[in-house]
Design a protein around this ligand. Sequence first.
Ligand code: SAH
Length: 456
Amino acid sequence: MKQQAPVKKNEQYRVLVEDLTHDGAGVAKIDGFPVFIKGALLREEADIKIVQTKKNFAFGRLLTLHETSENRTDPPCPVFQRCGGCQLQHLTYSGQLAYKQNVVKEALARIGGLTDVPVHETLGMTDPWRYRNKSQIPIGEQKGKIVSGFYAERSKDIVDTDECLIQHSDADRAMNLVKAAASELGIRAYDPQKHKGQLRHVVIRHAKTTDELMIVLITKDKGLPNKKQLAEKLCETFPNLKSIMHNVNPKRTNVIFGEETNIVWGESVIYDEINGVRFAISARSFYQVNPEQTDVLYGKALEYAALTGTETVMDAYCGIGTISLFLAGRARRVYGVEIVPDAVDDAKRNAEINHIENADFFVGEAESIMPWWQAQGIRADVIVVDPPRKGCDESLLTTMAKLAPERIVYVSCNPATLARDLSILAEKGYETKEVQPVDMFPHTTHVECVALLTFS
Ligand code: SAH
């Protein structure tokens, strides 16, 4: 017999919210059947309307709140309800930190079967606003007007915004200036449906310790009308501007950057510092987006690495060498590997700028380069991994175990793949001692963690 969902579209119910998903939606059960309600918080009682049903769950819209959570707060951003950038502005900051700790605990238990691992309280920011040092802002046209802002949730519709409270204020000013100047100078926005028009994205990077600013214009074609006039306007407005870059992306794609990047004005990099180590950042480099919390995250990684100055450290997924160079001062030698050749060039240059001579960087897949290091007779006392969201390749986990380091420090931006990888490493003899969530992305559902593993 075909199972029927116990709820139907347009029906209304009064429900109690029993849980929050990792997307930040409230979960209520109607006859045991889960209904996801955006904007509802834990232990709230609400009237909802069913808006969509699926085989195993449904979506409901919040109508009226009867019992309100003590953790509910007014979202300060006027477009919070529509913009897909933030998901948690209606939850107090302390509520967000507790929620993120819980997301990590649940992922470890449910996916990794790791119920005994201590998960500490999330380390948060004193002032969790205006933290982002990089903004990637899509440009579009609506009713003949140039618009810019972030996409609505699960959509490619731009929510036109003048201000984003989680990005640096220079990013707001630059975004508004480009928007106004584009209209004035006859620059058309790119239309992804028709694959016509010019300006696709504006990327703005700000270096917290030096206040240097980089603005990257990403267009469909090489030519950009009145590029010089636009650059002049930007230079007049921002005395801290160090770099205007032009990237060309001719493809029909969601990927922001194309392959070609040229200097319009100034330098090709800006400089920032983390704990006294200086980094050159280019238009496309991966660089942590929350500078204040990067110190906290890397500080935790350093503490877990417990270096005394005699250790050899391997840093897989090293990017532009940030963690490697952060650790190099306390280690005998650091080996970094990274798949993007430009990032490895940056890492080498960053070592040079800082006169760090005990760090070597290699291009390639961590899962191929690390066995090769081992074949060269290189041993590791500590291995640090900081993979992208999909986590580590299983062959890398096997290689890590073969290298038999005393400690593994796992930095992760995805609790689900962290949980999976920690459980695989447990089978290979590496016990997870503790996990520290760090709030790198306040008001969003993203959670960053550092885990310490030792051989048992
Ligand atoms: N540790 C750095 C970068 C972390 S982001 C920092 O904190 O700044 C993850 C990095 O892994 C990215 O730079 C990405 O290009 C790289 N990467 C992705 N897959 C990889 C692989 N298979 N081998 C090595 N590096 C990889």
